[in-house]
Design a protein around this ligand. Structure first.
Ligand code: TXA
Ligand code: MG
Length: 318
């Protein structure tokens, strides 16, 4: 890989190539939304199935509205509170949005990132950028430019933007009006917590209900996703011991001589920021097994996105 400048990235995106770009959540693999060539390249580079729709990244609220066929008023509240930032809004798509982006769905996912490099690139290219996380399908997302290099072995040029501020993907939400209230559905927990959404809607005087739903339209929610190159075990109710290790070694027909234990001792923000890097670093050892311990007090909503990712990355939940 080469690290390229923002100017080179704008050139590359204009000529329909794909580029690794920093965002505040994770690095993305970006291509312009009006280029079938670029969109197809995103899927082929990632080995991503076409049934997994892409997020469209915009530089402003005005640009977001141009990509949508419907803009419920509650989106103004959410975008007002959290954009630019790690919240993705799913709504009806405007006719020009390619079905490659939406996997044939009538909806489109929109997000205005807050990393200055991402915003500058979208502005200078002049059209929104489709950008999934810059990792091979199903793997851990990259939170630094060197992770993008590792993922694609030099086949993707990337703009340096430093380590990601959030470290986990954006929260994906869909809303529906039901009678006199808004049903807010969290399709993927992420950088904006359920509590934050609750607070913003409450302050705005909106009548709402928030629920979490696994969407079949959202394979980021496939049971196994976000996986590092070594097995992960999540311990919920048990202590790690030799008996469990033996059971796991039997299952994988190998012995693990490097047990990397994670028991988040800092708060949720710091833990989210470092989780993927910790997965990646541990998995560099060919005999590694990652063991994550879940304490009771980490069950509250601020930890929701972290446990969602750990559960999907885990081969065993004990
Ligand atoms: O933080 C992020 O969101 C990062 C950065 C690069 O912006 N992007 C990201 O993209 O995580 P990706 O493709 O890895 O995940 C996008 C998620 C997927 O789970 C996808 O299924 C869901 O958003 N999604 C996209 N369009 C959708 C739609 N129309 N309806 C429901 N879910 C959708
Ligand atoms: Mg992803």
């Amino acid at each position: 890989m080469a690290l390229i400048s923002s100017e080179q990235a704008v050139e590359a995106l204009k000529r329909e190539d794909v580029v690794g770009i920093p965002t505040e959540t994770v690095y993305g693999l970006a291509g312009r939304i009006d280029s079938e060539v670029a969109l197809k390249k995103i899927f082929s580079v990632k080995a991503r199935p076409f049934f997994d729709p892409l997020i469209v990244h915009v530089e402003s609220l005005a640009q977001a509205k141009l990509q949508a066929s419907a803009w419920p008023e509650v989106f103004d509240v959410l975008a007002g509170a959290f954009w630019p930032g790690p919240l993705t809004l799913v709504t009806g798509k405007a006719p020009h949005i390619s079905s490659l982006i939406t996997s044939g769905l009538s909806t489109v996912a929109l997000r205005c990132p807050r990393h200055p490099v991402a915003l500058q690139l979208i502005r200078e290219v002049g059209v929104p950028l489709a950008a999934p996380s810059a990792n091979r399908f199903g793997h851990t997302s990259p939170t630094s430019s060197s992770h993008v290099e590792e993922e694609f072995q030099g086949h993707v040029n990337t703009v340096e933007g430093g380590p990601c501020e959030i470290g986990l993907e954006s929260t994906v939400v869909q809303v529906e009006q039901k009678d006199s209230q808004w049903d807010v559905t969290i399709l993927r927990p992420g950088g904006i917590s359920r509590d934050q959404i609750h607070e913003a809607l409450k302050i705005a005087g909106i009548k709402f209900q928030i629920s979490r739903q696994e969407s079949s339209a959202s394979p980021g929610h496939l049971k196994h996703h976000y996986q590092p190159n070594c097995p992960v075990v999540l311990l919920q109710d048990q202590e790690w011991d030799a008996k469990i290790q033996l059971q796991i070694e039997k299952h994988f027909h190998k012995s693990f001589t490097f047990i990397h234990r994670i028991r988040f001792t800092s708060g949720p923000l710091e833990s989210a920021r470092t989780l993927y890097e910790e997965f990646r670093n541990a998995a560099k050892n060919p005999d590694a097994l990652i063991v994550v311990e879940k304490p009771q007090e980490q069950s509250d909503p601020q930890w929701e996105a972290i446990w969602d990712r750990v559960e999907r990355a885990a081969s065993f939940i004990l």
